[in-house]
Design a protein around this ligand. Structure first.
Ligand code: CP3
Length: 340
C-alpha cells in the first residue's frame, strides 16, 4: 500500500508530500455527474456498489488517499431528522430543531442501526484500494447548525440564539450529536477506515471564548476517545485562525488549515508536534496552470520540508474545477517535494 499519507500524519519521513483533496469524490468529475443523472445523491450514498465506484473515481488522478463517498448529514436521518438535498439549495432538514422537546426526541443511535450501508461501503473499498481510506463525520457544531437552521446559513442566528438563550438544551443537543459521531467513527474504523476526519466546517463562526464554552468539550468527547484507536484523526475547520490552539487542545493527530491562515502562522499556533493538512485556495485551481502551481509551491515553501504535512486544499474542491489543473497540481506537489 502507498502509505505516504499515513506516514505524514505520524510526522514520519516521506519520499514526497502526500496529496488528497477534500470533496474529491464528487462534482468536479464528469464520471460523477454522469452517475448523478441516474441517481440522487442519497441513492449514491446508500448503495454500497455505487458509493464505492464514486470513491474510486478520483484515484486515477494520483491522489495518495481516498475519502469515503458519503455526507456528514447521513446520521441525522436515523437520529430522527430526515433531510434531502434539494436542487440548487443544498441540504434541507424537513423539521428543524427548535426547542427542548425536539432535542429530547432525537435518538442516540448505534451506527449499525441506520448507517450499516456506510460500513458496507468501507469494507468493499478496502478490497479495492491501494491507498489509505479516510472515513469521516461532521463535528457537533456543524451538524447542530444544519439541524437548527434547517439548511445552509449565512449568520447562524438561530443556532447562536439557542446556544446563548438555552445552554442546557444546547448542551443536550451537542451531547447527543457528539456521542453519535463518536460511535460512528469507531464503527468506520472497525470496518477498515485507515484514518478519519472530523469536519467542523462552520465552527469559525465562533470566537475563541464561545468555542471554549459551548463547543470544545463536545469535540473533545469525540476526539480524545477516537484517538485511542491509534489511527490518524484529522480535525478540520474553516475560518479557525483564532481557534487553532483550542482545537489542538480538543484533539486530533492532524489539524486542518484553510487558505486564509498562512502555513507557518497556523502551524506555530497548532504546535509543531502535530501534523497539519492544507491549505491551497480551492479557487486557485481555476487560475491558469502556472498560477495554480505557484500557489501550490507557496504552500510547499511555507512548509519548508518540515515533516508532518499533508497537501490539501483549504476547503472542498468546487464543482466545475478544471480536471487538468487538478492533475497538474497533484503531479507538481509530488515532483516539487521529492526527496532525492
Ligand atoms: O470529500 C469527499 O469527496 C467525500 C464526500 C463528501 C461529501 N460531502 C459529498 C457531497 C464529504 C466529505 C462531504 C462533507 C460535507 N457535507 C461537509 C463538510 C465539508 C465541507 O465542505 O465543509 C458539509 C458541510 C456537507 C453538507 C453538504 N452536503 C452540503 C452543504 C451540500 C450541498 C452543497 C454542496 O456543496 O454540494 C452537500 C451535498 C454533497 N455532499 C454533494 C457531494 C458530492 C453534492 C451532491 C450533488 O449535487 O451531486
Amino acid at each position: 500500500m502507498n502509505d505516504r499519507f499515513l506516514r505524514a500524519c505520524r510526522r514520519e519521513p516521506v519520499d514526497c508530500t502526500p496529496v488528497w483533496m477534500m470533496r474529491q469524490a464528487g462534482r468536479y468529475m464528469a464520471e460523477y455527474r454522469a452517475l448523478r443523472e441516474k441517481y440522487s445523491m442519497l441513492e449514491l450514498c446508500k448503495t454500497p456498489e455505487l458509493a464505492t465506484q464514486v470513491t474510486l473515481q478520483p484515484i486515477q488522478h494520483g491522489v495518495d488517499a481516498a475519502i469515503l463517498f458519503a455526507d456528514i448529514l447521513l446520521p441525522l436521518e436515523p437520529m430522527g431528522a430526515p433531510f434531502e438535498f434539494a436542487k440548487g439549495e443544498g441540504p434541507v432538514v424537513h423539521k428543524p430543531v427548535v426547542d427542548k422537546k425536539d432535542v429530547e426526541a432525537l435518538r442516540v443511535i448505534e451506527p449499525l442501526e441506520g448507517l450499516g450501508y456506510v460500513m458496507e461501503t468501507i469494507r468493499a473499498l478496502k478490497k479495492e484500494l491501494k491507498v489509505p481510506l479516510i472515513g469521516f463525520a461532521g463535528a457537533p457544531f456543524t451538524l447542530a447548525s444544519y439541524l437548527i437552521e434547517g439548511g445552509k446559513s449565512a449568520h447562524f442566528v438561530k443556532t447562536k440564539k439557542l446556544m446563548y438563550a438555552e445552554p442546557e438544551t444546547w448542551n443536550a443537543l451537542m451531547g447527543k450529536l457528539a456521542e453519535v459521531v463518536r460511535r460512528y467513527l469507531h464503527a468506520q474504523i472497525d470496518a477498515g477506515a485507515d484514518a478519519v476526519q472530523l469536519f467542523d466546517s462552520w465552527v469559525g463562526q465562533l470566537g475563541p471564548e464561545d468555542y471554549r464554552e459551548y463547543v470544545m468539550p463536545h469535540v473533545a468527547h469525540v476526539l480524545k476517545d477516537v484517538e485511542k484507536r491509534g489511527v490518524p484523526v484529522i480535525h478540520f475547520g474553516t475560518g479557525t485562525q483564532s481557534l487553532l490552539s483550542l482545537q489542538r487542545e480538543a484533539g486530533g493527530t492532524v489539524l486542518g488549515l484553510d487558505w486564509r491562515t498562512p502555513i507557518e502562522d497556523g502551524w506555530s499556533r497548532v504546535g509543531h508536534d502535530r501534523a497539519i493538512q492544507g491549505n491551497m485556495d480551492p479557487t486557485a485551481l481555476f487560475a491558469p496552470r502556472a498560477i495554480a502551481e505557484k500557489h501550490a509551491k507557496r504552500v510547499l515553501d511555507d512548509v519548508a520540508g518540515r515533516p508532518g504535512h499533508i497537501f490539501n486544499l483549504g476547503h472542498g474542491i468546487l464543482p466545475e474545477t478544471p480536471v487538468d489543473t487538478v492533475k497538474a497540481v497533484i503531479d507538481f506537489v509530488h515532483r516539487a517535494s521529492e526527496k532525492k
